[in-house]
Design a protein. Structure first.
Length: 280
């Protein structure tokens, strides 16, 4: 006799059992129910002003799949005044993307602050203190650091009721699984954010360069970082875009110093031109 095949109801039941075991019962509702007041009915979730130019519609569209690149060509990572490229011109080694975790926190900050629920699956290094410092509301953040072999089932269950679900693929995933999870996000109106490569993502964000400030000439402490972020995607997001984001942001006297030191120098062409005309 052929063994009975697992139905979609069986999978949903298993997913709900996992959610209950993780003490998430009562938080899993329709994604639109979690956001404050009328915000849940909007098709766009807000992002920081610095990230708006990278996204179609200038926000996170409900139902979209966004990927954050965590591995790529070794970037140039610098400390203020001590720029050191990590690879020679002829080398194309693979390395951890600079600022991937910072980019993830920055992407969640505005939506969480506006009332959205977020969940992060498979990122054990993500700290609650760092999330809180980024402006993420911890009482609306679910962390599943070690999802185990039921990774896809847990992500699917969370997509049923959480506005933004961050999922770190444990390895190469089957195209059918990727398509099923992306379709579930579209149906439920959630945003699926892959912390790592995701074939078919609507848009991919990549922190390609990071420069830390605050160390000075061999003393001090790292205070803020200037990230260069690039985006590429499909459809309206096909054209690559690039922006600069301060994360963590500078504050106090350092912020004023950086504003002065990084501001473009005033043009002197007008005065030089007048002098040339005066001398013939």
């Amino acid at each position: 006799m052929r063994p009975a095949t697992r139905t979609s109801g069986d999978r949903s039941g298993k997913g709900l059992a996992i959610v209950r075991a993780a003490a998430l019962t009562g938080t899993i509702r329709r994604a639109s129910d979690h956001a404050a007041e009328a915000f849940g009915s909007e098709r766009l979730l807000p992002v920081l002003p610095e990230l708006r130019a990278l996204l179609p519609g200038r926000g996170l569209r409900r139902g979209a799949t966004v990927a954050i690149a965590t591995v790529g060509t070794a970037p140039e990572v610098s400390v203020e005044g001590l720029a050191r490229p990590t690879h020679q011109a002829h080398q194309t080694q693979q390395a951890r993307s600079t600022g991937a975790t910072s980019l993830l926190l920055a992407l969640l900050a505005a939506a969480s602050g506006a009332g959205s629920w977020c969940a992060v699956v498979g990122v054990p290094t993500l700290g609650a203190v760092a999330a809180a410092e980024a402006g993420i509301a911890l009482d609306r953040l679910a962390l599943v650091p070690y999802p185990g072999p039921d990774w896809a089932t847990i992500v699917a269950a969370l997509l049923d009721g959480v506005d933004i679900v961050v999922a770190a693929p444990p390895g190469p995933i089957a195209p059918s699984t990727a398509s099923r999870l992306a379709a579930r996000a579209r149906q439920r109106g959630s945003v699926l954010v892959s912390y790592g490569r995701w074939d078919g993502a609507d848009i991919t964000l990549d922190a390609v360069r990071g420069v830390w400030h605050g160390l000075g000439q061999g003393r001090g402490r790292l205070r803020c970082r200037q990230l260069t972020i690039m985006s590429r995607g499909r459809g309206a997001a096909a054209a690559p875009k690039r922006t600069e984001v301060w994360w963590p942001k500078a504050s106090g006297p350092l912020a004023a110093h950086l504003e002065r030191s990084l501001a473009p120098a005033p043009s002197t062409m007008g005065a030089e031109g007048a002098a040339l005309r005066a001398t013939g």
